[in-house]
Write a protein that binds this ligand. Structure first.
Ligand SMILES: Cc1ncc(COP(=O)(O)O)c(C=O)c1O
Length: 533
């Protein structure tokens, strides 16, 4: 019986031809990534003009022409986080097999909200969750699911903790009123998701107690303890401590063991944000607290960061599987999914905020099988080794100043030779490095982002990139110094550079300090050098 003729259906022969053409172009794209400029550096207006500003098309276009045009738009006008010298934020180069996984996932299109709608996909997700837990040293018999990313994973864990600490009434009657403020504790180095979570989930950001950090940007456990006691004494309700295993700015790992001890003492929920750093738990030489993740009641891990899965893929892990169902499950009459049997099916819509869910797990599962634990130990180990090499090369460069090294993140800044050790130059150095960062981002050779530490604006390279080599790292100090000199010359053009009037010595003046050692303004932690993270 002939099928319906519709504009979206494709005959297998057409799909094959168009698909092969696309795969060929993607293969060429992947093969030329290293030679391409990292970013097109275009403006929103440039891109909108390219895309056209026309209305919704009235009639359709043939798929081959559409895909060819769209592939060109993306290959020629994008920023490539798969480029070997992309080291910004914490976004990994994506495993090519992951791209094929998304093609396969979209082709079968299972709805991983209900088991009966996705038998194999649901089981692959369950296995992926167990394997991610195993890889990072978290109990594999806990609960968990794949979500949109680090924010999503932390939100799910936060909500599981909120339900566990406040009981069912938090879901029915809402958050308790008038019995002392609910308190959540985290460090100043925590990622901003915690603000969104407290805002979106009804606690309000005032509930957050920002605990100071030590020289290594780790939460001060002694101050946490004191704050909890103080809050209890004035009738507040501490419910959760949020530790970070690999902070976004410097890769710092909080004292997880001490936090777990404090949470046990006060019966609090311990959540660990391991979106970035948890996979580094596979390495022996990392901070020992990364080997204590199993002490957490919940843990967030981001496969689209250091497991090199294409965006988007986050993973929420909770020690007690039932706590996810208690936090998220509703079973309306129109959802009659089977839940019985010796090995009952998992219906993931009951374990998280989504109802219909895509098959995110496939790209993660295939990556884990393609590389195996050994492969991840090697890739993650190499990323850390390369960051350490970068830190060393930056520290040795006369115009660069190394700041911190933690996991695979190195921070540093450009300091013109005549301003090294000049305390009054700090405001100028911040402005210079901020302008330098903007220049580097558009330059197309290197993509780094920033960190702000003790008031200093720093450049920050985070290596979660299996394409980065020693040669790439070796290029970075000179790429940065060359751009730094240019920007400095523009900001301090020849004689009469404006900053001079603010008491900065003239470069050629005898009072300019020539002291090569790291300037005093650096906090003691940086002085410790590699591994201080
Ligand atoms: C420590 C940490 N937590 C959470 C997030 C948020 O992750 P995502 O961007 O995947 O939502 C990030 C992102 O960089 C992060 O570094």
């Amino acid at each position: 019986m002939p099928g319906r003729v519709t504009p979206l259906e494709m005959a297998p022969a057409d799909f094959r031809r168009v698909g092969h053409e696309l795969v060929d172009r993607i293969a060429d794209f992947l093969g030329t990534l290293r030679e391409r400029p990292l970013t097109s550096g275009e403006t929103p207006t440039d891109i909108r003009n390219l895309l056209g500003r026309g209305p919704l098309p009235a009639t359709g276009t043939a798929p081959a022409a559409l895909l060819a045009e769209t592939a060109t738009l993306l290959f020629d006008h994008s920023l490539f986080n798969g480029h070997p010298r992309f080291m910004g934020y914490i976004t990994s180069s994506a495993a090519p097999l992951g791209a094929l996984a998304d093609l396969l996932a979209a082709s079968v299109n299972p709805n991983v909200g209900g088991w009966e709608l996705s038998p194999m996909a649901s089981e692959i997700e369950a296995q992926t969750v167990r394997w991610v837990a195993e890889l990072v040293g978290y109990p594999a018999d806990g609960g968990g699911l794949l979500v949109s990313g680090g924010n999503g994973a932390n939100f799910v864990c936060f909500l599981a903790g909120r339900r566990a600490m406040l009981g069912e009434s938090a879901r029915t009657a809402g958050l308790p009123q008038g019995r002392g403020a609910l308190r959540v504790y985290t460090s100043g180095a925590a990622h901003t998701w915690i603000q969104k979570a407290c805002d979106l989930f009804g606690l309000g950001t005032d509930a957050i107690r920002w605990i100071p950090t030590d020289d290594a940007q780790r939460m001060r456990a002694d101050l946490l303890r004191a704050q909890i006691r103080e809050d209890l004494a004035c009738g507040d309700r501490p419910i959760m401590v949020v530790g970070t295993a690999g902070s976004v700015s410097t890769g710092a790992v909080d004292p997880i063991r001490e936090l777990a001890e404090i949470c046990r003492e006060h019966q609090l929920w311990l959540h660990v944000d391991g979106a970035y750093g948890a996979p580094a738990a596979v390495l022996p030489g990392v901070p020992d607290d990364l080997h204590a993740l199993a002490l957490a009641d919940s843990l967030a891990v981001d496969p689209h960061k250091w497991l090199y899965a294409p965006i988007e893929a986050g993973c929420a892990l909770v020690r007690e599987p039932r706590l996810l169902r208690e936090a998220f499950s509703y079973t309306p009459a129109y959802y009659r999914f089977d839940t019985e049997g010796e090995e009952p099916p998992i219906n993931y819509y009951e374990l998280g905020p989504q109802n219909s869910r895509g098959f995110r797990a496939l790209k993660v599962w295939l990556g884990l099988r393609q590389a195996g634990r050994e492969g991840y130990v090697r890739m993650i180990g190499d990323d850390c080794r390369l960051a350490e090499a970068l830190y060393g090369q930056v520290a040795a460069h006369p115009e660069l100043e190394a700041a911190t090294l933690g996991l695979s993140i190195a921070t540093f800044r450009y300091v013109p030779a005549d301003l090294r050790g000049v305390a009054s130059a700090e405001p100028y150095l911040n402005a210079l490095n901020e302008a330098l960062l903007a220049r580097l981002k558009l330059g197309g050779e290197l993509f780094v982002t920033n960190a702000v530490l003790d008031g200093r604006f720093l450049l920050r390279a985070c290596i979660v990139n299996f394409r980065t080599t020693d040669a790439d790292v070796a290029m970075i100090p000179e790429i940065v110094a060359t751009a730094g000199r240019l920007v400095d010359a523009e900001l301090r053009p020849g004689d009469g550079r404006p900053e001079r009037s603010e008491g900065l010595p003239h470069p050629r003046s005898s009072s300019a300090r020539q002291d090569p050692s790291p300037p005093r303004s650096l906090p003691s932690s940086a002085a410790k050098g590699p591994g201080s993270g």
